[in-house]
Design a protein around this ligand. Structure first.
Ligand SMILES: NC(=O)c1ccc[n+]([C@@H]2O[C@H](COP(=O)([O-])OP(=O)(O)OC[C@H]3O[C@@H](n4cnc5c(N)ncnc54)[C@H](OP(=O)(O)O)[C@@H]3O)[C@@H](O)[C@H]2O)c1
Length: 385
């Protein structure tokens, strides 16, 4: 029996992870949960899984939750410190890191510092602090196992391979809902149209990132840190069927690939059971029902954020932090209907133009750049839109 904690338990990854754990109750027990504002769902999760420690974002919500719990031995904490406490809870063996955005960084780092297995969905942590997280994982002995389907695919392909034999890694992208929409029509797509992803059901931020392809840009940087690859070893192909999650080209001309239906439970389960594989009734891939698999190059006129992400990947220093910060603000403004869809890329572009590039070696420096760029991006939006 392994003890699991889920950070971001009320989100898309979090609820998938808990459904999976419920079907594998003889193998996994939930000891900690951390969520943001959705206390009603969290309360139901607590009643069902009986964790020992839970965290919510606000102090008032924590107070309310504590008063509603029938079991007064469950410890309720709050805020980022609360999520960190849940992440480093001494009974944890596996921590699923699935809070969205840079808010997930401190709790993820807390789990890594405590030396556990971290099943990592929160890609933004690696984007903004990949060197710090890898350094800390090395020091504590923590294992970082990817949950992102593309990175899980690469991880599975590389299980028995030597990293020095890799020529290139290719991440696939569905292309989002507008892959074939005439460019002129993409400009003013509504929030509802952007959130209608053709293949994956995910949280709002990552769904918008999938429509702009920023998600794939962030994933290039994530892959760089997970697998220690050089920028020119990382490529993207559009693959609308979302069946092949990634491909690894080896030095001898062979290309390895990982295929499955687009179901996040598959990579979540692998991160929990690795190196074992378990039959929990997840759907088999029947390729005869797919018929054809297509692959296309990325058109950077349609997806200008891929170019910016590649610049951040190559330049490093503070640019990945700035890219992520500008993106978080621009996506938030789009979801709040303060800017249009095409303005997301414009705003990020403008924000990065005025960014003062510098070294970031500590968590404090990461958060300082994040705060500065977020302020700057809000100012750009307020002045221009
Ligand atoms: N969804 C996918 O299929 C998928 C695939 C690959 C990677 N990912 C990555 O996984 C992460 C989560 O994605 P998601 O789609 O699950 O997002 P989501 O549905 O929006 O869920 C986010 C979770 O984080 C919690 N949260 C947000 N801010 C918080 C804070 N400050 N403190 C504590 N908890 C906070 C939310 O709580 P409340 O809802 O209670 O406020 C929710 O539980 C993202 O980094 C995403 O890029 C997702």
């Amino acid at each position: 029996m392994k003890n699991v904690t889920v950070l971001g338990s009320t989100g898309s990854i979090g609820t998938n992870a808990l459904e999976l754990i419920a079907s594998l109750r003889d193998r996994f027990a939930v000891v900690g949960l951390a969520a943001g504002a959705n206390t009603s769902l969290l309360l139901r999760q607590v009643e069902k899984f009986r964790p020992k420690i839970v965290s919510v974002k606000g102090a008032e919500a924590a107070h309310r939750l504590q008063s509603l719990l029938r079991d007064s031995t469950i410890q309720v904490v709050h805020g980022t410190e609360g999520a960190e406490e849940v992440a480093r809870f001494q009974e944890n063996e596996i921590v699923i890191s699935a809070i969205t955005g840079i808010d997930g960084l401190r709790p993820t780092l807390a789990a890594i510092r405590a030396g556990m297995r971290v099943a990592l969905a929160n890609k933004e942590s690696l984007v903004v602090a990949g060197a710090i997280l890898q350094r800390e994982a090395k020091a504590s002995g923590a294992e970082i196992i990817p949950v992102d389907s593309e990175h899980s695919g690469i991880f599975q392909c590389l299980a028995k391979e030597s990293r020095s034999d890799i020529r290139r890694v290719i991440l696939t992208a569905s292309g989002g809902p507008f892959f074939q929409t005439p460019l002129a029509e993409v400009r003013n797509k509504s929030v509802e149209e952007v959130l209608a992803h053709p293949r994956w059901k995910m949280g709002k931020k990552v769904t918008v990132d999938s429509a702009t392809l920023m998600n794939k840009g962030l994933e290039l940087i994530e892959a760089r840190w997970l697998f220690g690859l050089a920028p020119d070893q990382l490529a993207i192909l559009i693959h609308p069927q979302s069946i092949v999650h990634s491909l690894v080209e080896m030095c001898d001309g062979s290309t390895l690939a990982q295929l499955s239906w687009p179901d996040m439970k598959i990579p979540i389960q692998y991160a929990l059971t690795y190196p074992e594989r378990v039959d929990s009734g997840l759907p088999r891939l029947e390729l005869e029902r797919v018929n054809h698999l297509e692959f296309y190059e990325v058109d950077e006129r349609r997806y200008p954020l891929v170019k910016l992400a590649r610049q951040a990947l190559e330049t490093e220093k503070s640019l990945p932090v700035a890219l992520n910060a500008a993106n978080e603000v621009a996506v938030g403004a789009f979801l709040d209907r303060r800017i249009g869809f095409s303005a997301i890329a414009e705003v990020i572009h403008l924000s990065l133009q005025s960014h003062r590039l510098r070294e970031v070696n500590s968590l404090e420096e990461v958060f300082a750049v994040d705060a500065e760029v977020k302020r700057q991006t809000q100012t750009i939006i307020a002045k221009r839109y």
